[in-house]
Design a protein around this ligand. Structure first.
Ligand SMILES: [Zn+2]
Length: 178
């Protein structure tokens, strides 16, 4: 009795490779969006920790920290928080122009840079990625929350991500380049 050894035919291999390719192309975007979401969540929770320290400072000293005190504030953490986008230590700037320039074109390479400015009874903190993007219902453009050409409040519409803004037919602002 002849024992017929049969391997895979070319067609079968082709089908298997195609199936693998289809599976990969289905799951890769999901994989990347899951990574992106994890980074965003880490960034938000890091900033929440920093905000908590700012509030503790205020309770202690009756004022918000100066810019040069912010870096010190971070050294209080047992594990110094680093930016999930680039693994760099956070730095603070009160120069809004520098901050805007650092984030033009959705540039998360600078995601460790935090804008911080304090007033007597208040402070402002901006960081990448923003919790929301602001669309202009009239011009159909969308902006970073730190843009200097934001629409008036009745024309504002909010998007959680820039993908959502683009999906809804809004185009990135030419000034802040979100
Ligand atoms: Zn803008």
């Amino acid at each position: 009795m002849g024992n017929i050894k049969r391997g895979f035919s070319f067609l079968e291999i082709l089908i298997v490779i195609s199936i693998l390719f289809i599976l990969a192309s289905l799951s890769l975007p999901l994989y990347f969006s899951a990574i992106e979401e994890a980074k965003r969540n880490t960034q938000h929770s890091n900033i929440q920790l920093i905000i908590k320290e700012i509030e503790i400072f205020n309770l202690k000293y009756g004022r918000y920290p100066y810019l040069n005190e912010m870096q010190n504030l971070l050294s209080k953490f047992s594990e110094y928080p680093t930016c999930p986008y680039n693994n760099q230590q956070y730095t603070f700037t009160s120069n809004i122009t520098n901050f805007r320039n650092a984030f033009k074109n959705n540039n998360f390479k600078n995601a460790h840079i935090i804008f911080y400015t304090y007033g007597e009874k208040t402070y402002t903190i901006f960081y990448y990625p923003p919790k929301f993007y602001i669309g202009n219902k009239e011009t159909k453009k969308f902006h970073y929350p730190w843009c200097w050409t934001l629409p008036s409040s009745q024309n504002q519409v909010f998007f959680k991500t820039r993908d959502e803004a683009i999906e809804k037919g809004y185009a990135p602002c030419g000034n802040c380049l979100p």
